[in-house]
Design a protein around this ligand. Structure first.
Ligand SMILES: [Zn+2]
Length: 282
């Protein structure tokens, strides 16, 4: 018996011609747009202008509407008032402690920024795009683990972080990922990705790009860009939901690390280290 994902023996799922025709006639023929994105991304042409114009790292974010704190009764009025936790810095500015929840429209963007910094810290060497990855969060996770299972036959050290996204014209879902191969300098040719995508029953339109080592964090926030738009954020959160709740990003066990030659670390550590360094370097 193989140790692969349980659904490998299932019957292939048929996709209607209408569905595939719709898919082919949409994102892949759109015009490129670089509006609002500081570094061109290889897959910009796969989405529409509204979606590709989004960036996690805009200049201004509103304060968290529900900062951490406690409710106290005002002895003069009898009203219950919210007192936010906070601290004053050396310049006398008061900072409140944000709620950090992924359900908060402000904090989810900051959480996503932290993920982008952590991905940058992991020093991925490839960006891989996959199409027609499934119709629900559960199906996409199943297909993604199947894809990773097959690609590891050619690239045993394959580690990745990925997020699924709805095609802007609702013609299916695609997936953006960042990949590294631990300390082994594997080449990942497109044919290997196509083969794994085919075996995992994904769309055969795939993209792969070798990454230079000096890309900024906003580049790595591209898969999470939907979170800044109230129209797309709920879809994104639902599509990337795991059994443990909303995680924003999926990653293989050994993806998170402190630099290309650094130690493997947990995701929380990666986010904290990367975000702190980014704040210090501002
Ligand atoms: Zn918040």
């Amino acid at each position: 018996m193989s140790n692969g994902p349980a659904h490998l023996s299932a019957e292939p799922q048929a996709r209607s011609h209408t569905f595939l025709a719709l898919y082919r006639s949409s994102g892949f023929t759109s015009n490129p747009s670089t509006r609002g994105v500081s570094v061109p991304h290889p897959y910009l042409h796969l989405s529409d202008d509204r979606l590709t114009g989004l960036t996690l790292f805009s200049d201004h974010l509103e304060p968290c509407p529900q900062p951490k704190g406690r409710d106290v009764i005002n002895p003069h009025t009898g009203e219950i008032e919210r007192v936010a936790h906070g601290w004053d810095d050396t310049d006398g500015n008061h900072h409140v402690v944000r709620c950090e929840k992924n359900t908060c429209p402000v904090c989810v963007v900051i959480n996503a920024q932290r993920v982008a910094h952590a991905i940058q810290l992991a020093a991925p060497t490839y960006a891989i795009f996959l199409s027609l990855v499934g119709d629900s969060a559960a199906e996409i996770m199943d297909h993604a683990s199947c894809f990773a299972h097959y690609i590891r036959r050619d690239v045993p050290e394959f580690q990745w972080a990925w997020a699924a996204e709805v095609n802007p014209q609702l013609t299916g879902n695609h997936l953006h990922s960042y990949v590294h191969t631990l300390d082994r300098p594997y080449k990942i040719p497109k044919r290997v990705i196509v083969k794994a995508a085919q075996k995992a029953r994904l769309g055969l339109k795939v993209g792969v790009k070798r990454l230079s080592p000096d890309l900024p964090a906003d580049w790595f926030g591209y898969p999470l860009k939907s979170l800044v738009d109230p129209l797309y954020a709920p879809q994104f959160i639902e599509l990337n939901r795991t059994r443990r709740g909303v995680q924003l990003i999926h990653a293989s066990r050994q993806f998170w690390r402190d630099g290309a030659s650094g130690p493997q670390i947990r995701r929380g550590e990666a986010e904290a280290i990367a975000y702190r360094r980014a704040q210090l370097s501002k």
